[in-house]
Write a protein that binds this ligand. Structure first.
Ligand code: DWN
Ligand code: SAH
Length: 389
């Protein structure tokens, strides 16, 4: 399937870039029979996405900060002894790594501006793209890792075998790899096609993770579904035979089998639901426009770049998108060039309706915007107008 030409999801453009042509690629995911991932056929160069002007700061969600506090506590309780060496791949602004900041730790983060935000908290960060060469250098400098952690990043790394080999070489014999990512099954079940954008090169499942890491001497022993980022899976791996496989792992494997993730028909049905979702969303926006209602977008997520450009949403449909990230404010959205404005713009004056692009942060946003008198337009798992009147 193809979503057509897409810009880089986080390439929010400054006014001085208006004359520069925008890079686009074909957003076309396909199921890979050999590794079992749903993956992008055309994969943009990571250097185009992760650099000194990376627009996503993990700390923009309070609920995610709490989530990562629990993640760290669980790993410490279940898998770490005294004085562990913990490496986090893709630590961003340190939202997870800071919970290991007083011990031996290292973050690996190629995006300079977010890495700087982590360093400002006193964290040790290597500014690099993680892979086998970097892993070997870390092991040579610091010794083997007791835990390699990652969240929402392994699916961003195109050379998945170089990545898995690097993790395997970095981990000590009794070390654990714990990482979480959006789950292919959740994306299919919720028709959450906005999980597909340049950074998400792979949509993983237990099946694909098991196959990829088995080639590099690491075995899944546990899995735990996560409610975050629209439905994720936390994967636990170690050296074969070191830890008994849990009943939860077997149960999650059985659930995946029921979802038919290895059947072409599953993806055909997904594509048809995506097309229906696009048509329904555009019908709602056209009705609002015809009625002269003022509509804005809420949260300029990476995911929104896919929705906006695939569906054909323009500045005529959305007056602006409000977002709490200072770096995005005053710029325009990738592709459609919808202005991004700070949270205060949302309430001054209130719009008639708002498209909730950060549907994954729904509870946090609903609590924050309890006074908002307008409608919410949502599109996952299906298009709805939630009227407040
Ligand atoms: O996988 C990825 C995840 C972890 O984060 C990355 N590839 C990029 C990024 O994806 P995203 O941009 O879709 O993530 P979020 O967390 O859905 O983005 C939230 C956006 O919404 C941020 O720009 C901040 C903004 N926001 C807001 O304006 N008000 C968020 C909250 C909670 C709010 O109240
Ligand atoms: N872990 C954070 C950030 C996820 S965004 C969270 O869950 O909120 C993805 C992050 O991975 C970005 O900060 C990006 O710069 C980083 N990244 C991308 N490719 C990487 C690589 N090869 N090695 C390490 N980090 C990488």
């Amino acid at each position: 399937m193809s979503f057509g030409p897409m810009p880089i999801a986080n390439a929010f453009r400054r006014a001085d870039e208006a004359a520069t042509p925008e890079y686009t690629f074909e957003l076309a995911p396909a199921f890979c029979d050999s590794c079992g991932t749903f993956q992008l056929v055309d994969q943009p160069d990571p250097a185009l996405m992760f650099h000194g002007d990376y627009a996503f700061f993990s700390g923009t969600s309070r609920a995610m900060a709490d989530h990562f506090g629990r993640f760290a506590a669980d790993v410490r309780r279940d898998h770490l002894g005294p004085d562990p060496f913990v490496v986090e791949i893709g630590c961003n602004d340190g939202i997870l790594l800071r919970h290991f900041g007083t011990g031996r730790h290292l973050g690996v983060e190629p995006s300079r501006n977010v890495a700087a935000a982590a360093r400002d908290q006193g964290l040790a960060v290597r500014e690099d793209f993680f892979g086998t060469a970097v892993a070997e250098a870390i092991r040579a400098d610091h010794g083997p890792a007791d835990a390699v952690l990652a969240a929402n990043v392994l699916c961003h790394i195109p050379d998945v075998h170089d990545l898995a080999e690097g993790i395997s070489r970095l981990l000590g014999d009794d070390g654990v790899l714990v990482f979480e990512e959006p789950h292919l099954g959740a994306m299919i079940e919720k028709t959450a096609y906005d999980q597909l954008y340049d950074e998400h090169v792979f949509m993983f499942s237990l099946q694909s993770v098991g196959r990829i890491f088995a080639d590099h001497g690491l075995e899944l022993f546990h899995a735990a579904p996560q409610p975050t980022h629209g439905g994720g899976m936390r994967y636990f791996l170690g050296r074969p035979g070191r830890r008994p496989a849990t009943a939860a792992l077997a149960a999650e494997r059985a659930r995946e089998a029921e979802l038919g993730l290895d059947r072409p028909a599953t993806y055909d049905a997904f594509r048809r639901r995506v097309e229906r979702s696009r048509d329904a969303l555009m019908a709602v926006l056209a009705d609002h426009r015809a009625a002269g209602r003022r509509v804005v977008g809420y949260a300029a997520t990476s995911k929104s770049t896919t929705v906006i450009n695939y569906c054909g949403i323009t500045p005529d449909h959305l007056a602006f998108i409000t977002d709490s990230t200072p770096l995005k404010q005053g710029r325009v959205s990738p592709g459609a060039h919808i202005p991004i404005r700070p949270p205060e713009a949302f309430r001054d004056p209130w719009p008639d309706a708002a498209v909730l692009f950060a549907w994954n942060h729904r509870d946090e946003i609903m609590a924050k915007e309890a006074d908002y008198p307008g409608d919410w337009i949502t599109f996952v798992p299906e298009v709805r107008v939630e009227s407040r009147r």
